[in-house]
Write a protein that binds this ligand. Sequence first.
Ligand SMILES: Nc1nc2c(ncn2[C@@H]2O[C@H](COP(=O)(O)O[C@H]3[C@@H](O)[C@H](n4cnc5c(=O)[nH]c(N)nc54)O[C@@H]3COP(=O)(O)O)[C@@H](O)[C@H]2O)c(=O)[nH]1
Length: 819
Amino acid sequence: MELPPQPASTRAPKRERTQQGRLASKSQGSAFDQMFGDSPYFAFVISEAGRLLACNAHMHSLLGPFADDVPAAQLYAGWVLPMLQSEALPTARMRGHWRGEVELVGHDGSSHPVTQTIEWRANAQPPSYLCLAYPLDDYDVYESRLRFKYLFEAHPQPMWVYDLETLRFMVVNAAAVAQYGYTEAEFLHMTIRDIRPPQEVERLEQNLAATPRKGADQSGAWTHVRRDGSRLKVDISSHAVTLAGRPCRLVFAHDITERLRLQAELQLRGRALEASVNAVVITQHTADGDRVEYANPAFSQLLGHAPENVLGQQLETLLGLQANDDHQQAVHAAMLSHQEVTLLLHIRHRDGAQLWTQMHVAPVPATDDAIGRHVCVLTDMTAILDYQAQLEHQANHDALTGLPNRVLLSDRMAQAITFSQRFGHSLWLVAIDLDNFKLTNDHLGHQAGDELLRAVADRLCACVNEGDTVARLGGDEFLLLLPVANQRPMASLLQLVQQAVAAPLTLAQQTVAVTCSIGVSVFPADGAEPEQLLKHADIAMYRAKEAGRNQVQFYEAAMHARVAERALIEAELRHALAREELSLVYQPKLDLRSGAVTGMEALLRWQHPTLGSVSPARFIGVAEETGMIVAIGRWVLRMACTQAMAWQQAGLPALRVAVNLSARQFRDQALLEEVRAALDDSGLAPQYLELELTESLMMHNVDEAVAAIENLKQLGIALSIDDFGTGYSSLAYLKQFPVDYLKIDQSFTRDMLDEPRVAAIVRSVIALGHSLGFKVIAEGVETAPQLDYLRSNDCDEIQGYYFSRPLMPDAFAALLRSS
Ligand SMILES: Nc1nc2c(ncn2[C@@H]2O[C@H](COP(=O)(O)O[C@H]3[C@@H](O)[C@H](n4cnc5c(=O)[nH]c(N)nc54)O[C@@H]3COP(=O)(O)O)[C@@H](O)[C@H]2O)c(=O)[nH]1
């Protein structure tokens, strides 16, 4: 019920009273007029909202006039209003009626103590309170005041009346005593200034100055001080009353300290929600889903919806969840679960972008069991999950080619083995290693090498089916994991892989073709464990390399022994130089026309304490692959020069010593300097040193080989092409090499008398060598017919067991002396 200011005390003109009478008739009908129109009592009707709906003529003439829609509060003295609000109307509403003494006031300020009954008429149109009041006699007044005193005293709301002129407290109730800590007696010696802090006194004075003597009801928030000095915030409502004939004000002081504290706290929490970087949304459960009741700015920002478009919307729609997909169902279940649930959701931004969010759903406890509201906190996990996915990808994939790496391959192998076991299929592991990749890398640069590896990766992927795995294990090693079901044509697949890898490509403006060596192990025949299968595929691949590269080898148990031997050789060879287990033997070369010894080839020997004499065929390849050949070759070069010089110094004929140069040595940047140093340190004149280079070594990168050979040649040494005929030589290139000798490979010498085709090759090589200005020497000459054939076909020199096996230095010196 409102407490509006009381209107000025003026009587209404007759016309208004008539209108007011009509107000009563309109609202309540003639029944009200018939019953109460002429009554000497006050009869009136109050609406539910506290407005005067009708009144009888007695009331209108004595207290009115009343305008339309008058607040009922205007009919009563100020002190009555709290009782009316807190007791009279609620009791009438609850029990049907209420009876008590109140004070009605006329517009002229006249006071009318009355006994009033209030009846709640729920069925009236509109539902309303019917109020009947009749004046009190003196005893009634005394009794009424007594009742008021009790009500005042016992009321839980702190109240007092103060004198408007002296500002002294005239009466205070027990609740005020409790709220402020003063005794009643203390209060009665105080003024209302005494409960104000100094800074509020001026405001009080201004307020009092503005308060008319019998002025309006007032309200406002004030700070008061208790007896102990502590402060409290109070909501004051003050009403003009007359006590002991003096103008006073009745004051209600409602302590709102706690309410303000809670408000401030709520404001703070509200601010925290608004400022939160996490999206917070409150939903209300309805028959058609959970609808947004509140959403903080972070929620709008997360999903790209304008804040005003979010309220009232279905949460699942805003999250962009598809009906009945897993995430939508998870949200739905969480909302019905009555529990706090945390979900990881794939949601959709308004622009369609997919986002990963963690959504914590907390139900807000409702008074009954019904599902009410939920507070949902959404944390954007997109960046962290993307980062995790990136890390996971990096951990499982090769950075250069993007192919699965060894880690992911292990996983896939384990899965594939399980799958193959379950369905009775076999599984092929195909280890692929590029042939001479190192050469490409060194000659064309790492960038070109990387490009080659990427191209090979793409080509391998193009060869296989979905469900196969192409992995890169590092360097130039690739692996295919191929489940074999339904008579898959594996032979043609391997052929396809070989062809795909070997197809020419342009790298660093050069056309390059790289072959590969392939090793295959098969599950379950070659092993049941991933590691074992990998190892066996690897062994087969090494076998393919050993067997001349560019071929496919399937794993066989016997290969294992070869691998073990290779590992042993490698381990022991590392110490061979330091332990002085290496030595050189020398095999003479003869001029076919004169029969004179023209020179000798230095050949390496390894005498191991337990392995015995280890043939170069067993260890040169290992030395080459591991890079040990560089140090060993340097030693051979120095030793051969020193020995040749020693023989010269010993008075033996000055002969040229030939030293084999491996591919690794040839590519070594320090080679030129090492040859120069070997000559300088030994004192051997350059024309007495010959380097034997293999054909394949020279043809790999012709331009670089030509440049390197020219540099060596400028030292004044001789050069020969070893094993000629076993590789591929372009005649166009051959012309460019400033070499001295072509050396016919011993396999041709061996077969030339038995195979006319080989004999024809030998004859062509001799002719070719001569046409290019080279001398031709045949190695591996073991018989007189071989020697005769070579001589009759104009070969220049020979080397072989027919004349001499490779000899120890002393034996070689003896041979020289005797020849
Ligand atoms: N990079 C280096 N390679 C070297 C060095 N020393 C040797 N080798 C290479 O090892 C391969 C095997 O050499 P080896 O066992 O010494 O065999 C050589 C001769 O003993 C053998 N030979 C000579 N005459 C005959 C014969 O009439 N019949 C026959 N069956 N074999 C014979 O031929 C090998 C010489 O070959 P080549 O070098 O091609 O002239 C071999 O490839 C060596 O090159 C070294 O220090 N560094």
